[in-house]
Design a binder for this molecule. Structure first.
Ligand code: SF4
Length: 370
């Protein structure tokens, strides 16, 4: 019988750990599983599990959301986006719609969707242009590539804001101040892109890494793997999710991604440009590229373009430099009902996950009152 979550916990507790080991995860699904199962409270105090860049909505550039809002408001288009994106705020005067949700309330035709297939169905039933604002990591972008490769109605355009996960981790590791000792690599992304994508972590940076699934037993197996490596000074990539993550990943998905998209330098909200971290549509698909086929609404001189809302620490939270409850606004001015930053909006945002898991205390506010 394979070891249970309790078996792995016992093995972790038996390790002769140093006073502090910081382990970064880069997947909203992992963070949700960790927070909802209360895993942090069961671990030895020396083990810090910190969420990193695992939320595509949180890192979607403010200017891309602005572009989507303006297209929806000023062109006769139907704008489609994954539901999380509708409440993400942008920096415009209070008199203007600050999110897709507010633009919808102001009369724009904006509809939440759950899949690219839904975008195709809506485009088939509409006469006018339909814009699919597609923001996401590799796992969300691959189905968009498949949709375009299979052929879409002439009136369907994609406003793409796709990102690759590994370059953000590479950027952290190359910064000289990564701030973590080991990495839990994302299970879903590795399923698509292959585990090989994460080999640079141990090979180039000598940082232990393990790919995990989403149940406590596989997360704890991965945690045990990286802690054991850390203790012995080893660094390798261990696949603790072998039933799903196979060498080479999903070859069809990867083929479609490279057929339909190219990799380019890309901006991450609050973080800045990361080399080779974004997807853009290949020339062959330019007829369906909203940025080429429809009027441009990008405004690079807009006040506070690209910035996070004042006081919001999302950029630090996304990079694993702060825990959500170390943001001074967490649970004070920023809650899921009244979110200030994207990390409190998205289901994959660390702030929202922590709030949903019952973490209501603001550590910074509490420390200030001691
Ligand atoms: S609590 Fe709100 S304001 Fe603070 S980092 Fe999270 S989303 Fe941003």
């Amino acid at each position: 019988m394979p070891p249970t979550a309790n078996d792995w916990l016992e093995r972790i507790r038996a390790l002769p750990l140093p006073s502090r080991v910081k382990v970064l995860n880069v997947c909203g699904g992992h963070e949700r599983a960790i927070s909802m199962s209360g895993l942090r409270t069961a671990l030895p105090a020396a083990v810090e599990l910190i969420p990193g860049p695992g939320c595509p909505v949180c890192v979607c550039p403010e200017e891309d959301v602005y572009e989507a809002i303006q297209l929806a408001l000023h062109e006769k288009v139907t704008l489609l986006a994954f539901g999380d994106m509708l409440r993400v705020p942008v920096n415009v005067p209070r008199s203007e719609p600050r999110s897709l949700e507010q633009a919808k309330a102001a009369g724009a035709d904006i509809r939440p969707i759950a899949s690219p297939a839904e975008a195709v169905r809506i485009a088939e039933s509409c006469r006018g242009p339909v814009v699919f604002f597609a923001a996401g990591f590799e796992t969300t972008t691959a189905p968009v590539a498949a949709m375009l490769a299979e052929g879409v109605p002439d009136n369907l355009f994609v406003l793409l804001s796709g990102r690759l996960t590994w370059p953000a981790v590479a950027m952290l590791l190359e910064s000289g101040d990564a701030g973590f000792d080991a990495l839990i690599a994302p299970g879903h992304v590795s399923t698509v892109m292959g585990p090989e994508e994460w080999e640079f972590v141990p090979h180039r940076h000598h940082v232990p890494a393990a790919i995990a699934g989403f149940r406590p037993d596989t997360l704890l197996a991965a945690l045990h793997a990286v802690l054991s490596q850390h203790l012995t000074g080893q660094a390798s990539l261990q696949n603790c999710y072998p039933e799903v993550v196979r060498p080479g990943g999903n070859s069809r998905a990867r083929r479609l991604l490279s057929q339909v998209m190219e990799v380019a330098d890309a901006n991450w909200r609050g973080i800045g440009m990361i080399p080779k971290s974004g997807f853009v549509l290949a020339e062959t698909y330019s007829a369906h590229d909203a940025r080429r086929a429809l009027p441009a609404y990008r405004n690079d001189v807009r006040k506070r373009m690209g910035e996070m809302p004042p006081g919001c620490d999302c950029a630090h939270v996304v990079l694993g430099k702060l825990y959500p409850d170390q943001c001074r606004l967490y649970g004070v001015a920023c809650t899921p009902r009244k979110p200030i930053g994207p990390c409190m909006v998205s289901d994959e945002g660390a702030c929202r996950i922590w709030w949903a898991s019952g973490k209501r205390r603001n550590e910074r506010a509490a420390a200030a009152t001691v």
